[in-house]
Design a protein around this ligand. Structure first.
Ligand code: PLP
Length: 386
């Protein structure tokens, strides 16, 4: 067992997944075809949104959301520095300016009081949007963010990449599933192999807004329209036949393939079971570390446990110790504002002390459904002996 590498996260592929992909490979469709709308419908059912739009990856999902919301070079958008860079980059793709707000060190999530303080420093309308992230699977209270966003005329994109199946409890004591877009305008997911549902590369946007949905469908395929009743051109000189199509907007090729969608559908059937396994693993870690110096992540029922992040003072030594024992932990994340690209835009060390203090100590230890009890025990013992 000790010779096998135990990563911090990995995909779980079943025989049924393989069969689902092979059956599409034997069909007439490789790129976007009839399997895409099936995946979208099943995903909406799982998440509880009216609409889903499958795209080529989570970053493309963020980009299309920013476009659908009209982000441009006058836009100012707030997000957390504790996320994958893509959450901020989507604003830059559209020319907008990114404003980071520090995290609440107890939840790792965007600190709503600090967001309010920033919003209140400027006239209403100065900021256009907020992108909260359900970091590590720890779910954000979007009801509170919606109230705040409405006060200041902002939209919300929920980056729910870490939290499919996770939920928070709203003020009426109701479970609100991540990405259901009841409080957010749009939400996005990624199907990268370390995420809960894997399609290789892949992403999904969820929304309850029909206008956004139609816009996203258009932007996903070059802004091209093929339905005759939607044409804007009106030729009286050249007769147009079935070949005709119109590009009405500057869109992209952000399509998902049909065989990836087949993998996604098959993976989705095990999503609840896999989430339960993540919760069981988290409880076992919680118990194992209860009498140690290790700071544990927030523990609550709606946590989707994409990551299990511990905090420890001698992080580098523990990291090296685990690597020597074939356990490959990871650090999530190097704060986005410290990336040279963002520093060059004016952000600097010292700007967000909470996330910087967190970054000195955080370590993501193995958390994925196929991690066996024996493997987890080996991880726990290796950490505790250190
Ligand atoms: C993975 C991830 C993304 C980007 O998804 P890709 O599919 O890799 O493009 C964006 N935001 C967060 C929080 C992520 O974890």
């Amino acid at each position: 067992m000790n010779s096998k590498i135990i990563p911090y996260g990995r995909q779980t592929i079943s025989e049924a997944d393989i069969e689902a992909v092979v059956s599409v490979l034997k069909s007439d469709f490789l790129t976007q075809g009839p399997t895409i709308p099936i995946f979208e419908e099943k995903f909406s059912e799982y998440i509880g949104s009216n609409y889903s739009v499958a795209v080529s990856n989570g970053t493309a999902a963020l980009h299309l959301c920013a476009m659908a919301l009209g982000v441009n070079n006058k836009s100012r958008v707030i997000t957390t520095p504790l996320t994958f860079a893509a959450s901020a980059n989507c604003i830059r793709y559209c020319g907008g300016e990114v404003f980071f707000v520090d995290i609440d060190p107890n939840t790792f999530l965007l600190d709503i009081n600090k967001v309010r303080a920033l919003l209140e420093k400027h006239p209403k309308g100065y900021f256009q949007g907020i992108i909260p992230v359900d970091f590590a699977g720890n779910t954000i209270d979007l009801e509170a963010f919606r109230k705040l966003a409405d006060e200041f005329g902002c939209w919300i994109i929920e980056d729910a990449c870490h939290a499919p199946g996770g939920y928070f409890i709203d003020s009426k004591n109701k479970k609100q599933k991540c990405g259901n877009s009841i409080f957010a305008d749009l939400a996005i997911f990624s199907f990268h192999p370390v995420k809960h549902i894997a399609t290789g590369e892949g992403g999904m946007i969820t929304t309850n807004n029909k206008e956004f949905y139609e816009k996203l469908i258009l932007l996903r395929t070059h802004g091209i329209v093929k339905e005759q009743n939607k044409y804007k051109n009106n030729f009286d000189d050249i007769a147009q036949g079935g070949w005709y199509y119109e590009m009405q907007e500057l869109g992209y090729n952000y399509r998902l393939t049909d065989f990836q969608a087949a993998l996604g559908i098959s993976q989705l059937t095990r999503a609840d079971k896999n989430l339960e396994r993540r919760k069981t693993l988290a409880k076992r870690y919680d118990t194992a570390f209860s009498n140690s110096k290790i700071i544990k992540p927030p523990s609550f029922e709606g946590n989707a446990y994409h990551l299990y992040v511990i905090q420890i003072t001698n992080r580098l030594d523990l990291y090296n110790h685990l690597r020597e024992n074939n356990i490959f932990p990871q650090v999530h994340y190097v704060p986005v504002h410290l990336m040279p690209y963002y520093q060059q835009l004016g952000h600097k060390k010292g700007d967000y002390p909470m996330v910087e203090a967190y970054y000195e100590k955080c370590l993501s230890i193995p958390m994925y459904p196929s991690l066996s009890n024996e493997e987890q025990e080996h991880v726990i013992q290796t950490i505790l002996k250190f």
